[in-house]
Design a binder for this molecule. Structure first.
Ligand code: UTP
Length: 298
């Protein structure tokens, strides 16, 4: 089987948890510190060796397209004013990788969004990234998964151990056998209760899939909320051959909820010289502050 060259980024969800911020822009464009969520995923894909990205867009794709496109006006402005660092920063984004966009007319589910990329992916294995899971690791998470794919020649899921109180937020796998950090997946359950969860291994938003997933998704009936679920397609895929899960080495940041986005922004900002000092002082000043006391700008 060939290596993984293409990555699909579904970004056509409605992002209802972030309304009203997502009324006119996709949640993938919300920033963590000063970089849009989707750029973290695109950087991981590029660092993993992906050379073509397919973004599945919804109603408001403009901000994503513009973000990864050349901005002649902005570049001209920055050049004119000698803002070399900023100029390099914006150029790097448009030079990063080839991106193709495909429109999902209606948000009919993650499985349906992946299906939209069928013709662009063609008959080869491919990666899927859900940008609202940011993964920090020494070796990029997708690169770790590619190594497993090369050895096993089977679809690969990214797995992360979560607390019992967290299992109901994720797809959880039932494990058939384990070899170090690689688990053969027997089945998966979407958002189980703690009592019903077959393990504590959650599926995160990184997948390596084989092209037979498309036929399976085409035959997948609408599930929860009238949507075509990727998990249903994966369960059908598991019937056709082995699927493995990699407990990757790295740290996971959930930016799919306002609380998660805020926590991740604080964590990342505290690592940034120039921001750390001001922010840590501010956070310390909030400790024990009661209502009515002056805010940061007063
Ligand atoms: P989520 O389950 O996080 O849904 O989708 P959402 O609509 O983005 O956010 P909430 O729950 O309303 O706040 C997981 C991923 O699948 C994409 C989303 O953009 C996100 O990256 N997706 C979901 C699609 O591209 N199309 C869909 O129809 C549904």
């Amino acid at each position: 089987m060939s290596s993984i060259r293409k990555a699909v980024f579904p970004a056509a969800g409605l992002g209802t948890r972030f309304l009203p911020a997502t009324k006119a822009q996709p949640k993938e464009m919300l920033p963590v510190v000063d970089k849009p969520i989707i750029q973290y995923g695109v950087e991981e894909a590029v660092a993993s060796g992906i050379d073509q990205i397919i973004v599945v867009t919804g109603r408001d794709k403009r901000a994503i397209v513009d973000h990864f496109d050349i901005s002649f006006e902005l570049e001209h402005y920055l050049k004119d004013r000698g803002k070399t660092r900023e100029l390099q920063l914006v150029r790097k984004i448009s030079d990063m990788v080839d991106i193709t966009y495909i429109h999902q007319k209606e948000p009919l589910g993650l499985g349906h969004a992946v299906l939209m990329a069928k013709d662009l992916v063609g008959n080869e294995p491919f990666a899927v990234f859900l940008a609202d899971d940011i993964i920090r690791s020494r070796v990029p998470c997708m690169r770790q998964m590619m190594e497993v794919f090369q050895q096993r020649q089977a679809p690969v899921l990214a797995l992360y151990r979560v607390g019992k109180d967290q299992v109901s937020r994720y797809g959880i796998v039932k494990v058939k056998s384990t070899d170090g950090r690689v688990h053969e997946v027997e089945d998966m359950v979407e958002k189980p209760s703690a009592a019903e969860a077959p393990s504590d291994l959650a599926i995160l938003g990184r997948y390596i899939l084989t092209p037979n997933i498309f036929g399976l998704l085409e035959n997948t009936r609408e599930g929860v909320g009238g949507e075509i679920q990727l998990t249903d397609g994966l369960r059908a895929l598991a019937q056709q051959g082995p699927i493995v899960g990699l407990e990757f080495e790295g740290t996971y940041f959930d930016v799919g909820t306002p609380a998660g986005l805020l926590k991740t922004s604080i964590a990342f900002a505290l690592e940034r010289p120039g921001l750390r000092e001001e922010l840590s002082g501010y956070l310390a000043s909030l400790d024990g502050r009661s209502e009515g006391k002056p805010g940061p700008s007063q």
